[in-house]
Design a protein. Structure first.
Length: 467
């Protein structure tokens, strides 16, 4: 679905800083994460330094910004150090599309949104070029800067923070996007980008039940870092924040563990923190024609939008699950709310996980076996003008809320062709009628970002926007 933890549209399997995620991303993900990621599982289990990092939690916005305070500012160029990684763990950085969309979903996430603190076009372009050089290096398993973490002057801050030394690339992908506020501020265009904001990059409306926190919402820029190792993902965001110090500040950041969707047919359907299989009918990288119809953006209707052709729109929603209430709910009630069995993930009308639900079958009481307000029924494509999306969300846990309730849930991420047609109508309907959403979920963060297409060596992030 859009903004709820279960997108079980039935079809065949081929068809200023704010709080951050302080999660059990390492320790919890070790047990909760799916083994169907893009790379083999590490040989060792238990508490590694990466696991301890996740177990202790990191204050993404505050910690990253604080660590950046010692940075003196300089160009971020690809390091000369040889990559300490096997080629099979490297996802190509350059290409027609940005990596991290149809790439087989890794099991760890660190996403951060940034606000640009300068109004100088040249400074922003330089930042994006510096980020491009650093991202190319890190996704190849190298350190950032000319001298990296240990080979620079002894009395100067290193050009890389060093926590990913010896870890390799870990299938790291870095996906970049631009928020509505990047283009306009106080009603005025920024960075000489008059007329360049795509019409599809709307300000999302308020949905019924939203409890959005400003410090978890919006942002001028977004970076999605996904990897097999949480420390690799954290290292990437940390160093981009360090490089950007003085030009950007972290608005919010989020750690995620245990992917809640599959983006390849080779991956099994994972489970969310409610214990149900999640994203049974998610679009897959192999569904190229469906991706063209539902994920990849067009050139739009105005010349100023053409730079987004081949890109996509990233929707993020931080969805807190009311875990304690859910855990006291009967299995019958849980399955009725979802419209599927908890074990196999089969529709309540019968069959297996990928069986097509029959919404017409009624029980002995004359009521539909799949309730009218169930998640599966309301999220089905037939109820939403055939709309589909590519989901790439993650479980999260941020400790407790001060009164002993677990702050945990789904960090929903979806890539869509046009949020006006592929997200807003569905989310509005779900927010009004889905009993799961009404009784067990709370949306606390939100974002919409234009993700430009990929680029070639010599180019930089969003170069078409500034041409």
């Amino acid at each position: 679905m859009t903004g709820c933890p279960f997108n079980h549209e039935p079809e065949a399997p081929d068809g200023g800083s704010g709080p951050s995620a302080v999660g059990l991303a390492g320790a919890a993900a070790g047990s909760a994460g799916s083994a169907a990621g893009p790379a083999s599982e590490p040989a060792k289990r238990g508490f590694s330094r990466r696991g301890l990092l996740s177990l202790a939690g990191i204050g993404g916005a505050g910690a990253v910004a604080g660590l950046a305070a010692g940075y003196l500012g300089h160009d971020a160029v690809a390091a000369s150090a040889a990559p300490a990684t096997a080629p099979s763990s490297v996802v190509p950085f350059y290409g027609e599309r940005q990596a991290g969309i149809v790439t087989p979903a890794q099991d760890r996430l660190h996403m951060a949104a940034f606000d640009v603190t300068v109004e100088d076009r040249a400074a922003v372009i330089k930042l994006l070029k510096d980020w491009t050089a650093a991202a190319e290096a890190m996704t190849a398993g190298r350190t950032t800067g000319a001298t990296g973490a240990v080979d620079g002057p002894y009395d100067a801050p290193p050009e890389d923070t060093g926590e990913a030394l010896d870890l390799g690339a870990g299938n790291l992908t870095l996906t970049f996007g631009f928020g509505p506020s990047f283009f306009e501020k106080d009603g005025k265009a920024r960075f000489g980008l008059e007329g360049r904001r795509p019409d599809a990059l709307i300000d999302l409306p308020h949905f019924p039940g939203d409890a959005l926190q400003p410090e978890r919402t919006g942002g001028d820029l977004v970076v999605q870092a996904c990897a097999d190792d949480p420390q690799v993902a954290v290292h990437a965001i940390r160093n981009l924040a360090r490089i950007g110090f003085g030009n950007v500040r972290v608005r919010w950041s989020q750690l995620g563990f245990g992917r809640t969707s599959s983006t390849s047919r080779a991956q099994a359907t994972p489970r969310n923190l409610f214990g149900f299989k999640d994203g049974t009918a998610n679009l897959k990288s192999e569904d190229t024609s469906l991706l063209d119809d539902h994920v990849w953006a067009t050139a739009g209707t105005r010349p100023g939008e053409a730079w987004m052709s081949g890109g996509s729109y990233l929707v993020s929603r931080r969805i807190r699950m009311l875990i304690e209430i859910w855990d006291r709910t009967s299995l019958r009630e849980q399955e009725g709310l979802i419209g599927r069995t908890k074990g196999a993930g089969a529709p309540l009308s019968g069959g297996e996980e990928f069986s097509v639900p029959d919404f017409g079958i009624k029980g002995r009481d004359g009521e539909p076996l799949i309730a009218l307000d169930s998640h599966v029924r309301l999220a089905h494509a037939d109820q939403n003008n055939g709309v589909k999306m590519l989901r790439r969300g993650y479980n999260y846990t941020d400790g407790s809320d001060g009164v002993g309730h677990l702050d945990a849930g789904l960090f929903f991420i979806a890539f869509v062709k046009d949020p006006r047609t592929h997200y807003v109508p569905m989310q509005m309907a779900m927010a009004k009628s889905d009993r799961l959403a009404l009784e067990y979920l709370k949306h606390t963060g939100s974002g919409l970002f234009a993700v430009p297409p990929g680029f070639k060596p010599g180019g930089f992030i969003g170069d078409g926007l500034f041409t």
